[in-house]
Design a binder for this molecule. Structure first.
Ligand code: GCB
Length: 631
């Protein structure tokens, strides 16, 4: 009997069955003279694993075309399969689903000696991938990319098949956590998924699938950090890792060019640290710095670091990495970009939209960034998981500061197994986003049960782990535990806290907000002597519901609650340790079914269709006034 058959839970099976090697780096696929990128987005064959959750494995669906196993549907990639269709059975499905599609691998790829990589931007929650019946990839923890060199598994000059098994089950040791519950129904026993977090457990192939080619010896990863001197010299410290092996006697050389944002070559000085030029320092005279939106007339300035890896007998590999030059510093009262204190005017958000679910959608992202700028915000938290790389590209280019969060939500029952997965999610996130100027902090958790047994040692390990990977960005988290019992704050560089005064606490009583908030924020600072920002506050609001005098759920109430927060923020800002405000939420979003949710969470200042509630206009006035006052 195979391992997967013996497993009690599907997600455990997927994560333990096979650990497939993948390359060390996870650079975003970019075309160049040495690389072709082919999207595999589009309609894939799709099938639920029913009635037996393991039928696909028992019948080895990866050995043949899915269409030959039984009736299949067509499913768009990227999208959340449990949002696209109207069938309740698919929306509420728990466990495995199967996708497949075919693609053509041109003979010319083999002739040119290319390596071919297969890369998934995100499959939620766990995935196994076969190419032409060979298991090539296993990945657990949605929201993060994974890839593998599949050259050896391809049939060149012919059609090839990719099969993907996706499991959406969440357990006590997954990130985020969930649990399964057995219930009896009119038609017999049934297992349902439960979770405490407040967003819908969208599932499927959520982001683009790419094939891309590289030469045999190739640029596998690049690390950059940046700085600048007082006389305006921009500094890029770079380090390049290559993949593939050199033949005996073969020499390697890495050369660097920098292009400005008009694709014109900059005059640069490069000081290399090694003979091959794999690491070094690039200096640019009169460099333009990366600034946040409204902190400078040219925010989000990006250079391109052009890396050329040449070898004696192989084709050169060229990779172009977007780079913004900026510094991040923090003290016990301030957060500084390019040595200038920055105040965060932002949001908590979700990757969410109707029909597509979490499916990456350029039109939606374009609208969202337009709205973020319209409202005068300069930042947001990727609550409660890493967002698509394509979305992060927008942040880099528009100068939007990102508090980059891993998928640890409501963390509880701290175990070594959970810790391993939690730190893995952070390692993969940091590997993916380490070079982005927009990423200003790592958020290691949202609302963990940080007053419980073992929270102290657990979060000490998480924070220490992050420091070993990146000492240049501060660590934060969104804490909901009360200040006296919290054991997480001491391990952070910057304190973020979520509090729903006037909503979950004394709903209808906005008169409590100002004094409570001032008091609590001040105490967080006094307790830890660190900068503090508010990571969540807000009120559910049904768009179009007007009640005078204000009443909970009305547009009037959301505006009133915000005004009371603004008064407190203004006092806190004058105390010089308060570094930002992030309202919950940018837009309404879907959640699991709950009697406290009307079609989902309605705390957005925009509706799910991205239309403004009264609160959006109110927030806009504040954010623009703050921007004009501060800059
Ligand atoms: C929170 C959570 C967030 C919820 C929000 C709410 O504290 O961090 O995920 O959506 O409250 O609206 O209840």
């Amino acid at each position: 009997m195979s391992a997967i058959m013996r497993c009690a839970s599907l997600v455990v099976c997927i994560s333990t069955l096979v650990t497939c090697a993948s390359t060390a780096g996870i650079l975003y696929p970019r075309e160049s003279e040495s690389r072709e990128v082919r999207s595999l987005d589009g309609m894939w064959n799709f099938r639920l694993s029913l009635p037996d959750p393991l039928v696909g494995f028992k019948e080895r669906w990866y050995m043949k075309d899915l269409i030959k196993t039984g009736p299949v549907m067509q499913m768009p990639v990227p999208s959340s399969y449990n949002d696209v269709l109207v069938d309740k059975k698919i929306r509420d499905h728990i466990g495995l689903v199967w996708y497949d599609r075919s693609f053509f691998a041109p003979e010319s790829w083999r002739q040119q000696g290319y390596r071919v990589f297969l890369r998934f931007g995100s499959v939620h929650y766990a995935a196994q991938v076969w190419v032409n019946t060979h298991l090539v990839l296993s990945h657990e923890i949605g929201h993060l990319p994974f890839q593998r060199d599949i050259t050896a598994n391809l049939k060149f000059g012919r059609l090839n098949r990719i099969t993907v098994a996706v499991d959406n089950v969440l357990l006590g040791t997954t990130v985020p956590q969930g649990s399964l519950q057995n219930i009896s129904t009119n038609t017999g026993p049934k297992t349902i998924q439960t979770y405490t977090f407040d967003f819908f457990n969208y599932a499927g192939i959520h982001r683009s699938v790419f094939l891309y080619t590289t030469p045999v010896v190739y640029i596998d990863d690049v690390d950059v950090t940046t700085n600048f001197t007082e006389d305006g010299v921009g500094i890029i410290n770079y380090s390049v890792q290559y993949g593939g092996s050199l033949s005996s006697g073969e020499k390697l050389n890495c050369s660097i060019t920098v292009l400005n944002n008009e694709n014109v070559r900059e005059k640069i000085t490069v000081i290399t640290n090694d003979e091959e030029g794999l690491s070094g320092i690039v200096k640019i005279e009169n460099a333009k710095l990366w600034w946040p939106y409204l902190m400078h007339e040219e925010p989000g300035y990006m250079y391109t670091l052009e890396i050329r890896l040449s070898t004696t007998w192989n084709v050169d590999d060229v990779y172009r990495l977007p780079v913004g030059i900026r510094t991040i510093k923090w003290t016990n009262t301030a957060f500084l970009i390019n040595d200038k204190p920055a105040y965060l005017r932002g949001f908590g958000r979700h990757e969410d939209s109707d029909i597509r679910g979490k499916g990456m959608d350029y039109a939606l992202v374009t609208r969202d960034y337009d709205l973020i700028k319209w409202i005068g915000a300069n930042s947001y938290r990727t609550s409660h998981y890493p967002y698509a790389e394509e979305i992060m590209d927008f942040a880099d280019r528009h100068g939007i500061m990102i508090v980059d969060e891993c998928p640890s939500v409501d963390t509880d029952n701290f175990s070594d197994k959970l810790l391993k997965k939690h730190t893995t999610s952070l390692a993969e996130l940091i590997k993916r986003d380490k070079n982005r100027p927009s990423v200003i902090m790592w958020s290691i958790a949202n609302e963990p049960r940080s007053d419980r047994k073992d929270a102290d040692s657990y979060f000490k390990s998480v924070a220490n782990f992050v420091k070993t990977l990146d000492g240049l960005r501060p660590i934060t988290a969104a804490i909901a535990t009360q200040l006296d019992t919290d054991q997480l704050g001491q391990h952070l560089d910057i304190i973020g806290f979520n509090r729903y005064n006037g909503w979950y606490t004394l709903p209808g009583h906005t008169e409590i907000i100002k004094s409570r908030l001032e008091d609590e924020a001040t105490k967080w600072h006094t307790k830890h002597n660190k900068p503090v920002f508010m990571t969540e506050y807000g009120a559910d609001t049904y768009e179009g519901l007007h009640l005078n005098p204000s009443f909970v759920w009305s547009e009037e109430y959301q505006v009133e609650l915000m005004s009371e927060h603004f008064k407190a923020f203004d006092v806190l800002r004058s105390k010089n340790f308060f570094i930002g405000e992030m309202i919950w939420n940018f837009a309404d979003f879907k959640t699991g079914q709950s009697v406290t949710r009307v079609g989902g969470n309605k705390k957005g200042v925009f509706t799910r269709q991205r239309e403004p509630k009264s609160s959006a206009h109110h927030l806009r006035r504040r954010y623009w006034a703050l921007a004009n006052h501060l800059d």
